[in-house]
Design a protein around this ligand. Structure first.
Ligand SMILES: [Fe+2]
Length: 243
């Protein structure tokens, strides 16, 4: 599996607290079948945050070197999870948003109680600036839970819909679980990621996720969700759907 959403960079946000924990998260991922991880620390989408890009890169290099030293054969890819705020379209227009892997996908999140109008307008402006949009855990937003049909519109606009492992497995309660299951049942979800924060809760382990997906989704779709589409995001390529 390729995991495009993971708070594995140490000592930066509410993810890995230390290099040791980051390495443990990588080991856990590897032993459950993950080959590639995008390191996606939180990035508030406003100008003032541009100063954290340099520390992010430094920790990325530090962890990449440590993975080699410890012989953990997981490939680490650069990234960030951008919290979309009123100033974010300005950063997009200036091409200052951090992207995933070697491509031009931006992993976008919102406050959970954000209005659909704000989310829709912001994502549209980011796309118009030339980025490809990945919506982080749409199933966790109140507006989407009230009307999951809204996501059809986003999918039509070409926005990539990334579901969280925890939502699928019911870790965030019935609202996100129901929305995630609905999206997977109708084939609207493009891919699933861990959104891991540690090696105790919200972990990088994907064993039970893979079992769930294999049990509930068609074989081809399972592969698209966990392997093919996440890899294509890191390469900046468009998503594939089910035939
Ligand atoms: Fe996240």
């Amino acid at each position: 599996m390729t995991d495009i959403h993971c708070h594995i960079l140490p000592d930066l946000d509410d993810g890995a607290a230390s290099l040791e924990e980051a390495l443990e998260m990588a080991r856990m991922a590897y032993f459950s079948g993950v080959t590639d991880i995008a390191a996606t620390p939180h990035f508030r989408g406003e100008r003032e945050q541009l100063r954290i890009l340099e520390p992010m890169e430094r920790r990325f290099r530090l962890l990449s070197e440590a993975l080699r030293r410890e012989n953990i054969p997981v490939r680490l890819h650069p990234g960030a999870e951008v919290l979309c705020l009123p100033e974010t379209p300005l950063l997009a227009a200036r091409h200052e948003l951090p992207t995933l892997g070697t491509g031009d996908h931006v992993l976008c999140e919102f406050y959970f109680d954000e209005s659909f109008t704000f989310m829709d307008q912001t994502l549209t402006e980011i796309a118009e600036a030339g980025y490809r949009v990945v919506v982080a855990h749409p199933e966790r937003y109140g507006a989407v839970q009230r009307d999951p049909y809204l996501l059809k519109r986003w999918a039509r606009q070409g926005f990539v819909l990334q579901i969280n492992k925890g939502s699928v497995l019911g870790a965030f309660g019935p609202g996100p679980e129901r929305a995630a299951n609905d999206l997977l049942a109708v084939g609207l979800a493009h891919l699933i990621a861990t959104d891991a924060h540690s090696c105790r809760s919200r972990t990088t382990h994907v064993g039970s996720l893979r079992e769930w997906v294999e049990e509930h989704c068609h074989e081809d779709y399972a592969q698209i969700l966990l392997d093919r589409n996440p890899r294509r995001v890191l390469e900046g390529r468009p998503m594939v759907g089910q035939d």
